[in-house]
Design a protein around this ligand. Sequence first.
Ligand SMILES: [Fe+2]
Ligand SMILES: [Fe+2]
Length: 346
Amino acid sequence: MPIQLENNKRTAIAGKLAEMKAYQNLIIANEEILIQACSDRELSNRLEDFIRDDRKNLGILDTVIVQYGVKAEPSPKVQKEIETVGEMMQDPEFTLFEKVTKHELLKHKQAMSGILVHKAAQVVGADIEVAIAPLNTVNVENRAHQEQLKGMMESLSTLELTGQPADQGLWARVQDGMAALSGIAGSVVSRTDDEISIRDVIRMDHLKVKTLFRQIKDTEDPQKLEEYFGQVYQDLSIHSEAEEEVLYPAVRPYYNDTQKLYDEQAEMKKMLDQIKAMDPNNTVEFKAAIARVREAANAHMDEEERDVFSYLKDSFGDEQQKQLATDFKTAKSKLQDKPLSTTSSK
Ligand SMILES: [Fe+2]
Ligand SMILES: [Fe+2]
């Protein structure tokens, strides 16, 4: 029985990530509307800060989805809810307080989704934890926004109900709530998406593939073997193709051994296709074949990180490296949208 490349649990998590991206777009659209509707300086300043974070976090979500390597669409149910909330935000029948309350619920939902994806990743595989690690930043910022939205709700409802401003200590209390959160946040990496260089993106991919190989080494379960191999097959194929589209042509003028990198990848692809035709129930044979491709892949990845990276560092400016990172992610994302059979060399 040949390998099944798709795995249900992984597709379900992809659905959750797609849902988070759709909600993130809604959150940004809501904040644009709320800023327009808000006459209080304190509140509109905070909303301006939110929208800056949320646009950056949309970029992080995009990166996470591409790193995760499995694409999905948000369910029709989610799309319908997004439409309904969008209409409510435009509807003058609702007060600003009601709109901010709805927005706080969305933030809560988004923060919870982020946490739940992490929990699911812990169950499914260490490679997923590697891929979604940047989500931490999004989660922590969403929690901080929630604290501030609670303050906004207090401010708006006090005004609507009594005609008077909220008590003076309100924002100090909100500040305390946020400070309590920063303890949880710890040393979360909060780089904006456009600060990530090509070397970071490639290294993240390599780490994910190495994690998958380690998981394969540690299991005898044919189902797990099939799942992890399916992911290695997809990740490595797409990573290699994206390198051939973006990275290798860029370094070719500086790095004499570029052709060797192409050849190694062609060889790895051949090995992956051979394994794809094998039966994971013959665990010994199956794992031995994967061990061979692992050895080739590790040597290849080390060569890239040692030699190619030093040429990138010496010959390319920061801006160029960021541009390469963006081009690489875009190439990967496009390849992930195509059925994988088209990336097969067979
Ligand atoms: Fe490569
Ligand atoms: Fe690579």
